[in-house]
Design a protein around this ligand. Structure first.
Ligand code: PNS
Length: 163
């Protein structure tokens, strides 16, 4: 079975990577799908995010990275993915995720959403939290892969003295 893992990934965190690595054991192919969202102003362009994710998953042979616009289920059909994959961190994620899964089910009844629970050590993580910490020069090496940390450092403002 092919699983599509859609999201903004602005940027990819260790929480996302944990979900991808575990899904790679479960499915024959995992496609990480970056949404081209004209209504959001991202920190990184879609092309930058594709490169960042590609580098982070290069050790996983059955993981592809791609970008899409429009409906997630339309892209899933195009890629012949029968599974939509999402990570659940905390209970508060559940409401929106359930709503999205149920909406997607009305749009494409043959596609199932499967949730993987994020490992406890990553349950606090979010891309916006990482960006917020990076913006003031705080430590993020336990949150994102090294090359993404470097990209965040280059993109973010002046460093705060952490001492
Ligand atoms: O990482 P995010 O921002 O939480 O991901 C949200 C995403 C991309 C999965 C969701 O916004 C999405 O699927 N957008 C595409 C438009 C769509 O298919 N909408 C209907 C389903 S809710």
């Amino acid at each position: 079975m092919i699983a599509l893992y859609p999201g903004s990934f602005d940027p990819l965190t260790y929480g996302h990577l944990d979900v991808i690595e575990r899904a790679a054991y479960l499915f024959e192919l995992v496609i990480v799908a970056v949404l081209r969202n004209p209504s959001k102003t991202p920190l990184f362009t879609v092309e930058e995010r594709l490169n960042q994710i590609q580098k982070a998953v290069q050790h996983l042979k059955n993981v592809d990275v791609d970008a899409f616009s429009g409906l997630t289920v339309t892209f899933a059909r195009k890629k012949e993915a029968s599974i939509l994959l999402r990570g659940l961190r905390v209970v508060s994620d559940f409401e929106l995720e359930l709503q999205m899964a149920q909406t997607n089910k009305t749009l494409a009844a043959e596609i199932e959403t499967i949730f993987l629970s994020t490992s406890t050590e990553h349950s606090f993580l979010s891309s916006s939290l990482v960006k917020g910490i990076a913006a003031v020069g705080g430590p993020i090496s336990h949150m994102v892969p090294q090359h993404i940390e470097q990209a965040l450092r280059e993109r973010s403002g002046p460093k705060e003295d952490m001492h």
